[in-house]
Design a protein around this ligand. Structure first.
Ligand code: GTP
Ligand code: MG
Length: 195
């Protein structure tokens, strides 16, 4: 997809704020700091439209970014951030859970994990939940530039095994620094949204 226009639309804290123009939505899930905002910026060639931070837990709402008149990226709050209170985490949980299960416009969830480490318990639970709820998903292993290229396949295998991914499930290696995985991911998204 050629991105001609991208803009931040809204930080939604309740469903009444979701856009009503029925464009397909592609959501990003993953623990805090895994690189969700960086991936959005890379995909749309913008430096800092989606706010990135070395301080985890910054994104606490559903942040909608419109790409051309073609789709939205929906940046979800990062899970597994210990410093947020339990009640607050539970509240987000219900909100996001409903969005993921009920939002008709949602065509794909991109679940981000860090290629350097085996997926965490939270990552595993998230992936299992997506599978159990039959939500279209793709796993993206980020920060590939932080390990030597010769180790990518070994790490990819560990990610697949730890999450229990079936053969037919897609895993894309990604790097916001290198642009690795960008074209492959766009092709996958285009196919999912019927572009
Ligand atoms: P929250 O909004 O807190 O949930 O985090 P996030 O998942 O949006 O992470 P974000 O994109 O803000 O990135 C966190 C940190 O990781 C930043 O310092 C980024 O620069 C860095 N980062 C993200 N992706 C990559 C990558 O592919 N390679 C490298 N080297 N650093 C990355
Ligand atoms: Mg973010």
């Amino acid at each position: 997809m050629k991105v001609n226009q991208s803009e931040f639309v809204i930080s939604a804290v309740q469903p009444s704020q979701y856009p009503i123009d029925a464009l397909p939505e592609v959501a990003l899930a993953g623990r805090s700091n895994v690189g969700k905002s960086s991936l959005i910026n890379k995909m749309i060639n913008r430096k800092n439209l989606a706010r990135t931070s070395s301080q985890p837990g910054k994104t606490q709402t559903l942040n909608y970014y419109r790409i051309n008149q073609d789709l939205y990226f929906v940046d979800l709050p990062g899970y597994g951030y210990a410093k947020v209170s339990k009640t607050e985490r539970a509240r987000w949980g219900v909100f996001i859970d409903r969005y993921l299960r009920e939002r008709e416009e949602l065509k794909l969830v991109m679940q981000l994990v860090d290629l350097r480490h085996p997926p965490s318990k939270d990552d595993q639970a998230m992936y299992e939940w997506l599978c159990a709820n039959d939500i279209p998903r793709i796993v993206i292993a980020t920060k590939a530039d932080k390990i030597p290229k010769g180790k990518w396949q070994k790490h990819a295998k560990i990610v697949r095994e730890t999450l229990g991914m079936d053969k037919g499930e897609t895993l894309i290696l990604f790097s916001s620094e290198l642009g690795l995985g960008k074209d492959e991911l766009w092709s996958y998204i285009e196919q999912k949204i019927g572009y």
